[in-house]
Write a protein that binds this ligand. Structure first.
Ligand SMILES: Cc1cc2nc3c(=O)[nH]c(=O)nc-3n(C[C@H](O)[C@H](O)[C@H](O)COP(=O)(O)OP(=O)(O)OC[C@H]3O[C@@H](n4cnc5c(N)ncnc54)[C@H](O)[C@@H]3O)c2cc1C
Length: 353
């Protein structure tokens, strides 16, 4: 996989989330070779579907919206492939006067994965050269050699003419050499954390509750029973996302304690008695933090429901001199759609022709 700068263009893409995969996918379609480097064992990043026994549970993003024409075209392809479907559900909200959450309908079109949201990452990654389980620990730049990437065991991963980072802002800033011109524009803290807990419960009867916008403790819960492979006559499967402040406050808590908090919350708000925790995950960089938001548009995804959409970088972050660029959801307002759009904006720029 090691390439030298003898070849005209060799592009390293750090991160196999939706931004990195979209970029690599479209670059390859243009006939430009690239190498994706991913620290984990799977593709998709925060679009993460975990297999737990016979179940497929989304631990990160739950659904996405599609507002721009380019993303709508991509969504049409995924619909045709059968990896996603519109999520025809009525959002619910908590109501002090009601024993159960009450409907709060809106006009938003949301999409979920037919077999987990990670299906979109598999679709984008098809045929891409991805080196998994490889964390880029250091990026060196030399005017002659270009970029040299080094892993956490001090092994050289490869030499590349161009570098594209597709990882959260905080990790981007930590990794880029200080010589990269736009590095100082990257905020130090942009994302807030999120504890995610998957729960199995007794069946919630006579209820069309599938997704609930919660309170200051739990931001969101969704019932994942409806999704393929998760059908069960006697049981329900829930995903609980704790709120950013709560997750931040209890980031060092044990998984078992956090899982117990999730079950207590479900018992109180949905009257669910029989419960069992299946999985617990801490997302350090989950969604854009509220204090980095401007007041441009309303956003109606779980990531930022009810608050304002984040400010965006007007132009892609590119250092033409060093042949380096950074993409990721955070450059385009967060969310799955932002990750996709960040890649498209870079592809539309003169960064690599
Ligand atoms: C709990 C949660 C709920 C969410 N809910 C929603 C939602 O409902 N709707 C919505 O639209 N969005 C939601 N999001 C946000 C959405 O998942 C993200 O905006 C989007 O997936 C980000 O994609 P990305 O490609 O920019 O980054 P990521 O998905 O973070 O991808 C970055 C990749 O880079 C890899 N990486 C990082 N550092 C290195 C390194 N040094 N070397 C190699 N690889 C590295 C990571 O392992 C990861 O795979 C949610 C996210 C979370 C965590």
């Amino acid at each position: 996989m090691t390439k030298t700068t003898d070849s005209p263009t060799s592009v390293a893409i750090i991160g196999a989330g939706i931004a990195g995969l979209t970029y690599a996918n479209r670059l390859l379609a243009k006939g430009i070779s690239c190498q994706v480097i991913e620290k984990s064992r799977g593709r998709g990043g925060r679009v993460n579907t975990r297999r737990i026994s016979e179940l497929k549970l989304d631990l990160g993003a739950q659904y996405f919206t599609a507002r721009t024409p380019t993303f709508q075209n991509q969504v049409a392809c995924w619909l045709e492939e059968g990896v996603i479907e519109p999520w025809t559900f009525e959002p619910h909200v908590l109501c002090p006067e009601s024993r159960l959450p009450i409907p709060s309908p809106d006009n938003e079109i949301r999409y979920i994965g037919t077999q987990g949201l990670n299906g979109i990452a598999h679709s984008l990654a098809n045929g891409l050269p991805i080196k998994f389980s490889c964390r880029v620990a250091e990026v060196l730049h030399n005017p002659v050699k270009g970029f040299t990437l080094v892993d956490e065991f001090q092994q050289v991963i490869g030499h590349f003419t161009h570098l594209v980072t597709a990882i959260p802002a905080e990790q981007t800033k930590a990794l880029l050499p200080t010589s990269i011109t736009y590095r100082d524009q990257i905020p130090n803290h942009l994302h807030s954390p999120c504890w995610a807990v998957a729960i199995c419960s007794e069946k919630l009867d006579h209820s069309n509750i599938e997704g609930v916008f919660g309170d200051e403790k739990v931001r969101w819960i969704s019932r994942q029973t409806r999704r393929q492979d998760n059908h069960h006559q006697d049981k329900d499967y829930w995903l609980v996302h704790f709120a950013p402040d709560w997750s931040n406050q209890y980031q060092n808590a044990s998984k078992s304690w956090v899982a117990q908090q999730a079950m207590n919350w479900l018992r109180e708000k949905l009257s669910l008695k029989q419960q069992q925790s299946l999985h617990c995950h801490f997302w350090r960089y989950a969604n854009l933090a509220l204090d980095s938001l401007s007041t441009q548009n309303n956003d109606a995804t779980e990531a930022t429901e009810g608050i304002k959409a984040p400010s965006q970088f007007a132009k892609p972050l590119i250092d033409f001199q060093h042949q380096c660029a950074s993409i990721g959801d955070w450059t385009q307002g967060g969310r799955v759609e932002g990750a996709f759009e960040s890649a498209i904006k870079l592809l539309d720029s003169p960064f690599i022709n």
